[in-house]
Design a binder for this molecule. Sequence first.
Ligand code: CP
Length: 306
Amino acid sequence: MSEMKKFKHVIEGQQFSRDDLDDLFAIARDMEKKPVRNDLSGKVLITLFYEPSTRTRLSFEAAMEHLGGSVISTENAANFSSAAKGETLEDTIRVVSGYGDVIVIRHFESGAAKLASSVSSIPVINAGDGTGQHPTQALLDMYTIQKEVGHIDGISIAMVGDLANGRTVRSLAYLLGKYANIRIVFVSPENVKMRDDIKEYLSRHNVKWEESSDLEATARTVDVVYQTRIQRERFSSIEEYENTRGIYVITKETLDVMQKHAIVMHPLPRVDEIAYEVDTDPRAAYFRQAHNGLYIRMALLSSVVS
Ligand code: CP
């Protein structure tokens, strides 16, 4: 099997070099070829999710099972861990890091995974921290682009939807910054535009980026349309959410103008921003993308657990 530098923690997209990504993708390909293994026999994964999840929690847990390890979990840590009694995150992490070999944490506050890593005696993997980052999603996104488009250097990608609150697009932008000749077009409602820190990072890393309000014109030119959900839970009023949703929807008409080789991606869950009629088009890559999460998370677990 391919070898990869062991990371102490997985917290943010910036921490990965291009060589790290190549190595991780090679391990993920090995995992795809032989998905039932005993590399982590006797090791324990702890999943601590303070926000809802389907894909990230279950694919991490499935990944650990596929590697021969076991899982202990509190799926609704905000209500069913001692956080409900007022315990701090730091105290929770200090305690549970004595019960296993790796922690996967999702939290509603940006920076929570980094804070957890600062007090943990075992590796911490960020499974999404508020509106901060979701690095493991971005890793599986990059793996999917490489598999589906055939390369990452030179791609054009449209990031669509809630770019201010979307942690997946933030991590994905950081990873794309490691590659050459990337072009990103941000297509979003006015009130949820990509934040300046990401734009400044991309400019510093010679990534061409632009903003557009025309989804159809953008879809004609790109290799990847990366759609995202308008995140109702991040809005302070239902009225603002209702005024923001439904502006940019991928439909059969969008597919009609897209190039033959181009793909539609989405981190999921989807609400109404991709019409169901799109699902049967071979260019709809989002369910294959979610499946790739299993192999990337197997590769990550095998790389951080010693
Ligand atoms: N993409 C993603 O993070 O999905 P879940 O919220 O279901 O984990």
